[in-house]
Design a protein around this ligand. Sequence first.
Ligand code: T4K
Length: 422
Amino acid sequence: MSTNLNGKGIKNSIAELAILGGSPAFDKTLHVGRPNIGNRQRFLERVNDMLDRRWLTNNGPYVQEFERSVADLVGAKHCIAMCNATVALEIAIRSLGFTGEVIVPSMTFVATAHALQWQEITPVFCDIDPVTHNLDPRRIEQMITPRTTGIIGVHLWGRPCDLEAIAEIAQRHNLKVLYDAAHAFGCSYRGRMIGNFGDAEVFSFHATKFFNTLEGGAVVTNNDELATKIRLMKNFGFVDYDEVIYIGMNGKMNEVSAAMGLTSLESLEEIVAINRRNYRQYQQELADIPGLKLVTYDESEQCNYQYIVMEIDEDVTGVSRDLLNKVLHAENVIARRYFYPGCHRMEPYRSYFPHAGLLLPETEALVGRVMSVPTGTAVGSDEIGKICQIIRTTVTHGVELQQQLLSQKFALSNAPVMAAKL
Ligand code: T4K
């Protein structure tokens, strides 16, 4: 199916593509992760109140209200708001007593691995299930050694990990479980909200997330003791004005971020509805393109539809993910290769474990075929229609496009020779 599109930016033939010299489909750049912004007036009122109160950070009234609202929404006992999810992961990791080795996917944003390595804990990269893109429970057990103390699962794209299987493995091996739920705020698993699984879960509220506090994150847990420890650790370990009982750091969320969070919460349903509408449009418009598959969401669960991720099978389309990515960039659509090339191929992990890829065949294949495209409140249906049309034109004329690009390259590389001959 394709929308009836008219006007500038419609690319029905490859000759019109910007990569071959046509003018870009969009004058303004479209991004993945363009922030959703709630009621501006409400936000500014809150910021004004904050200035009047002269309470800017350190467990201020907005942070407290925000923590209560998030805990209520998720249905968990404790929410500890933080300055970002990376610090929240670091604090959660330390509070859980992880040491030695911890099992994580490599198919994630590098912050998941860094939060461990920053504390001299070895991230042991485990392969993923090619269907769910999440940790493959069948592979986890093979990675456990006497030094393993925990598992960090990542609910990639907001799609929950195999929670039962991971809980069962962890219990059998006496391991703690932390979930990097950076993508999964507002998502559920079998009717229960993410935030209630493992020993603790970490959300990201970064500007690029569908729900943002500018920068921000939170640890959510149902464990009272752990919550108390995390709360102290994010404030240097202070229990009283002059008494410190843990090593701690500054992980506090400030009042402007909490004001943004409270304001974003008021628009949450609206944002999700727009994301869902965008997802359905992409799904319909790309449905019949062989070799191109959209990552799907279980619509019977609560879902934030934050990422529109496609998998490109080059053997079928004749066009690689990287070429499609370049085509889109030339049109001013900044598609992203999240999470290429995988943490194990980034430093310092690439140097530490040069052969890690041998145990990660599914991750290695997946990072070569996934691509995220723009969604959220900043993209309209007409724009999505044009993006889909560019993708359709590129994929259906893939071979011809490759040939033309090759001949352009050949002409360019021979230009000095030709000029000399003349
Ligand atoms: N775990 C996972 C699984 C994660 O995905 C992340 C973060 C974390 C942990 C850590 O969470 P935080 O510590 O950040 O809370 C972006 C985000 O910075 C990062 O938060 C996010 N994941 C990751 C998936 O995406 P980059 O390096 O791609 O960011 P950047 O600067 O290229 O921005 C992405 C796009 O968004 C750009 O095309 C421009 C657009 N953008 C960005 C910002 C900040 C805007 O239009 N406006 C903006 O204000 O990492």
